[in-house]
Design a protein around this ligand. Structure first.
Ligand code: SIN
Length: 303
């Protein structure tokens, strides 16, 4: 019974205790960027480069390494990144993703303007999600630079989906591995951007089935791939089973122990990995304004 962890100590076979875990970070000596853990569980701050000047091959290699190791990078002490440079940096990681519902920025269809103000009907990302998980091939990652911030508030929360998978008990993981989440978007996107001139009569919004346990194509680690915004059920289960188990998984994935909360400073850029992290943006600053540019990179079909 080596795999059964002690009920009295809560110690698991991997040495973690319940949802309390020690995060091992790579010991790499970075030479072209400065990398500091953001919190014990997740994320890193990056300093020592000005993204507005672009990214060279050495910096790219280190950013890529830090990204895989930390899941979310916060680039500090930045100046506004010109849109063409923002797009060019994102393209170093892969082909770009075009949002199925939101309008592109004038002259830059690849840029999605994140903007909420006194007259907004919605603000983006208010529920825990992995970006556009309703797509057959959902985004690898997202780069968001915020240029206009409220005096306070407008933080973004992130949660570690590797930790969510790895802290489920082994019998439950065995049961879930091989099942698929139903990811839909009609309920979110229909009419959402009408105030930005997007008519959607007759439009069909994406939906897809994705494994509940998603293997990250670059790290080989498994992450729990469900989120409150897009995941509406578990395909192989009866409706009442699906509703109960999905509710339990969503609550588990959103546990405080897996989260960080990022307080933005003007021109910070966040780069998150949608394959192994979720996020949630707080709209607690109405009627103040918050604005930035978001570029999203296309990923792989989840397996
Ligand atoms: C989003 O892309 O989900 C919005 C994130 C944010 O505004 O912080």
């Amino acid at each position: 019974m080596a795999d059964v962890y002690s009920k009295s100590s809560g110690m698991r076979p991997d040495g973690n205790v319940g949802t309390k875990r020690v995060r091992e970070r790579d010991k790499r000596n970075y030479r072209h960027i400065e990398v500091r853990p953001y919190a014990p569980n997740l994320g890193a701050e990056i300093r020592g480069l000005d993204l507005a000047e672009g990214v060279n091959a050495e910096q790219f290699e280190e950013i890529h390494h830090a990204y895989l190791d930390n899941q979310i990078l916060f680039f500090k002490e930045q100046s506004p990144i010109p849109p063409d440079i923002h797009v060019a940096i994102a393209k170093m990681f892969g082909e770009l993703h075009f949002h199925p519902a939101a309008p592109g920025k004038d002259g830059y269809p690849e840029i999605f303007e994140i903007h909420a103000h006194a007259k907004s009907k919605i603000a983006n990302g208010e529920f825990w999600h992995s970006d556009v998980s309703c797509d057959e091939i959902p985004p690898l990652g997202t780069m968001l630079q915020i240029h206009i911030l409220p005096e306070s508030g407008g933080d973004t929360m992130f949660a570690d989906s590797y930790a969510a998978w790895e802290t489920l008990s082994e019998p439950l993981r065995d049961m879930l591995d091989g099942l698929h989440g139903i990811h839909e978007s009609e309920h979110i996107y229909r009419g959402r951007y009408s105030d930005r001139g997007m008519e959607d009569e007759g439009k069909v919004y994406p939906s897809a089935l994705h494994p509940l346990a998603r293997t990250h194509p670059e790290t080989g680690r498994k992450a729990l791939y469900v989120n409150r915004a897009f995941t509406t059920g578990i395909a192989e289960l009866e409706p009442d089973e699906s509703a109960a188990i999905l509710a339990m998984l969503l609550e588990h994935a959103e546990k405080v122990e897996f989260q960080i909360r990022f307080r933005w400073e003007k021109n910070d850029m966040a780069f998150w990995d949608n394959r192994c992290a979720m996020h949630r943006a707080l709209w607690d600053y109405w009627p103040a304004e918050r604005k930035g540019n978001r570029v999203t990179i296309k990923g792989d079909r989840p397996v």
